[in-house]
Design a protein around this ligand. Structure first.
Ligand code: COA
Length: 314
């Protein structure tokens, strides 16, 4: 196989193609669900009708002219790459970031990979005795992320592309309000965009996790809950009321000393989660909530947001 030629046709750096080639080797892939079953599956995965229509329009049928040999190669090898790390819980890129304006096959290649991995990860969940309701609640983050990406005029996908490999490998579980990512000694908490972050909902999710992980992963021993987020920036207390959900969430944690995060700009992450746009100029951002006003005014004053990590005992 000519890696340079494949990279050029895909419009991505050759190193990215080389990485897929090396990691996936000739490891087993997994088939996509039958086209006829796809609409019901997409619905179960929380995919909204406008995204489902696009995904169906780009479906990788054997005769589809949208799917060039390079795209078919990448889809097949990306599935193999993620599958090879089944049970893993680190961040994993499933492959290069593709140009997304070339139609649904390009735009949703990693969605098709996710769909192929649904059966694989469901079997992993079953082997660990995990209830189907948890499996589907977890996997339905696909639909939520596609909807966010649409709201963001498709600026959001590059991060989500790696994020969703956690779900597809059994590395993360949605238990009530929070998602819990397996790790070393701490369960990493993630907060999906799904309504307010009430203390009661958090308590219930933490309690669920305290029972879930010893039961389904008895070989793993967790001593803490941890989180890395813009939500843990102590500067937020300059702007938000003490009884707001975010400030009350912060109070649970003991923060690690501040370090500049690698490969992530906290100002960009605040824009992502508070405005769902990365490109709107500061003075045109909406000012509907106390947090939106704070987020923009802080940046306009030349200050920066922080991405903080913290933890508290299980
Ligand atoms: C985390 C989250 C659920 C908190 O929302 P919440 O429970 O409403 O939070 P608070 O009670 O502390 O809100 C305080 C104020 O900030 C506003 N606010 C909170 N989160 C906001 C957000 N993401 N965008 C805009 N405004 C927000 C609230 O509307 C409220 O302002 P108001 O009194 O003027 O209405 C919410 O920010 C969210 O959905 N974020 C997206 C997901 C995310 O950031 N995950 C973490 C990724 S690292």
């Amino acid at each position: 196989m000519d890696l340079d030629d494949t990279a050029a046709r895909l419009g991505v750096p050759v190193e990215d193609v080389d990485r897929v080639y090396r990691l996936a080797g000739d490891l087993p892939s997994a088939p996509l669900p039958a086209r006829a079953d796809a609409p019901a599956l997409l619905d179960r995965l929380g995919v909204q009708p406008d995204d489902a229509t696009e995904i169906m329009a780009g479906w990788p049928d054997t005769e589809s002219p949208l799917w060039t040999p390079e795209l078919r190669w990448l889809l097949d090898r990306s599935i193999a790459l993620v599958r090879a790390d089944l049970g893993g819980h680190g961040w994993l890129s499933p492959g290069p970031e593709l140009p997304r304006d070339r139609g649904p096959a390009w735009r949703h290649l990693y969605v098709y990979a996710y769909l192929a991995l649904v059966d694989v990860v469901l079997e992993y969940h079953r082997d660990h005795g995990i209830a189907e309701s948890v499996s589907w609640a977890t996997l339905a983050d696909l639909g939520r992320n596609l909807a966010v990406d649409r709201r963001m005029n498709r600026e959001g996908w590059p991060v989500m592309q790696s994020w969703l490999t956690l779900h597809a490998r059994g590395g993360l579980y949605q238990l009530g309000r929070l998602q819990h990512q397996r790790g070393g000694t701490a369960l990493d908490l993630h907060i999906p965009d799904s309504g307010p972050l009430t203390p009661e909902a958090i308590d219930a999710s933490l309690d669920e996790a305290r029972a879930f992980f010893p039961r389904h992963f008895p070989d793993e021993h967790y001593t803490a809950f941890a989180c890395g987020s813009w939500l843990l920036d102590p500067q937020l207390s300059e702007y938000l009321p003490a009884d707001s959900n975010i400030i009350r969430f912060q109070r649970r944690f003991e923060l690690e000393p501040y370090e500049e995060p690698e490969g992530l700009d906290p100002d960009v992450e605040v824009r992502r989660f508070v405005f769902r746009t990365l490109t709107t100029p500061l003075d045109q951002l909406p000012r509907r909530t106390v947090l939106q006003r704070a987020a923009a005014d802080h940046l306009k004053a030349g200050r920066h947001w922080q991405w903080r990590r913290g933890r508290f005992p299980i």
